[in-house]
Write a protein that binds this ligand. Sequence first.
Ligand code: GLY
Ligand code: MN
Ligand code: MN
Length: 485
Amino acid sequence: MSCIESDRGQGTSDRGQGKKRLVSSLILFGLIFLFFSFSFKGNYEYDTDLLPSYFHKDRRETLRQLLPDSSVAVFFSNPVCTRSNDVEFDFHQDPNLFYLTGLREPNSVFVLFKEKQQIDTLFTNEILFVMHRDPNAESWHGRRLGADGAKKRLEINSVLTDEAFRNLNIDWKKYKKVFFFPMEPDVRDDAEDPNDLSELIRKFRNGIYKNTNNDSLYLSEYMSMMRQIKLPEELVLMRKAITISGEAHIELMKALESDMTEYQGQAIIEYEFKKRGAESVGYPSICGAGENSCILHYTTNRKPMEKNNLIVVDAGAEYHGYSADITRTLPANGKFTMEQKAIYDIVLEAQLAGIKECIPGNEFRAPHKAAVRVIKKRLKELGIIANEEDYIKYFFHGTSHYLGLDVHDAGMYGKLEGGNVITVEPGIYIPEGSPCDPKWWNIGIRIEDDVLVSAYLPEVLSGFVPKTTLDIEKMMAEKSYLNKK
Ligand code: GLY
Ligand code: MN
Ligand code: MN
C-alpha cells in the first residue's frame, strides 16, 4: 500500500503513442470524475441515522449567541497522524468541529463569525473550508464531499475549499477577539500537499500574528457549556453506543473461558462492537487479568489468563462519534473467590452510592465523595487499611467524567444538570506487595456505568449489564455462540 506511483524510465516514445496515451488518460480521468460525481456514496449516505444537519446548525447558532460582539471562532480538523512510514492511524475528527458542522474529513477549517459580514464576495456568518474534490487522491484515500457536497449535505451557509482558505483574505486583526484552540503539536507537513492542515494553520498563523486577542479558555468554556448537556438527537446515538457496548460485555461474560488470553477477551468484545455497527472503539480496550487488573489503563492485553484471575474489562464502542465507557470485572473461571467477592461488594456498594448522587444541583464530585465514604469505611473494616485516609493507596482515581464525543468529554465540572451523561466508576486495586494480608494481592476491581442525569432518578444507561457477583456468575454460566461446544 504505497503512495508512490512512478512511470519513469520510458526514454523513447513516438508522438502518436504519446497523444493516444494523453487521450486515454483524459478519458480515464473523466470517467473517474463522473463516477465520483454521480455515485457519491461517502460515509454520509450508507448510514441513515447520522446527526441531522439542523442539529449542527442549532449548535452553531448557540455558540454564536455565546460569543462576544465582533468576535470570530476558528476550528481546525484533527491532524492525520502517521503510524509508520506511509501507514496512517485511523482519522478521528476534532469533536468540536464535528459538533458544529458534522464534517468528518481532515484538512479542514471552520470559521464562525458573531455577525454577518462581507468576506470578499461572500456575505456570511460562517465559512467551512473542506478538501477540494480530487479523483486521483480520492481513489487512494477515500471520497470527499467537496464544497458542493458539503454545502448540500451539511447545510452550512458558505463552504469553500482548502485552496480558497489559502487565497481568501480574512482580516483577522479587525476582530475584537479571535478564538481558537492551541494547534495540535503533532501536525505533519506533507511537502507535496499545499493544502494540508499544516499549510492551513500556517496561513492562519501568519494572518493573526501579533493579534493577542485570543483566549482559548473562553472558547473551551463555551464548548463545554454546550457539549455537557446532551440533546435528544445525541442521546439517541449515545444509547446506541452504550447498548452495543453492553451487549458485547454480556457476550464476553458468556464466552469467557479461563484458558483464554487477554487478547482473546478483547477480540470477542471488539468483534461484538463491530458486528453491531460501531465504527471503532471509543478508547483502547482494557482487558487486564490477575496482576494486570491493578493497572488502570492497561492495554497490552497479551497475558494468558489463569483460573483464579480477576479480569478488568473496560471497553466501550464508538457509534457515529459518541462513545460508551463500561467496565465489568469478571472471574476467569466464572466464580469469584471469597476474597474477590468481599472486595467486589465494596466497589459495588460504592458505585451504587455514587449513582444515587447523580442528581441535578449536586456538585460534580458528589458521586466521588459518596464512593470514597464507602470504600474507606469498608477497607478499614476488612483490615486492609489501618487509617481511613489510607484508602487512597487502593482507590487513586476519580469516580466520574463526562461522556460523549470524547470518552473524557468536555464539561464544566461544576454542578450536575439534567442532560449530563457521566460515568460512575469506583475501583479498588491491591497490587502484589501491598501492605496488607497477601490474600488480597492482585485483586483489581472496577465497576463502571454510564449515567444520564435527569430531573427524575438517575438513569443508568448501561444498567442492563449484570453487575452483582451473583448475576455475573449466572451470566457466565450461560453458553455463547462463540464457544466451541
Ligand atoms: N476507559 C477510560 C475511563 O474509564 O476513564
Ligand atoms: Mn471512564
Ligand atoms: Mn472506562
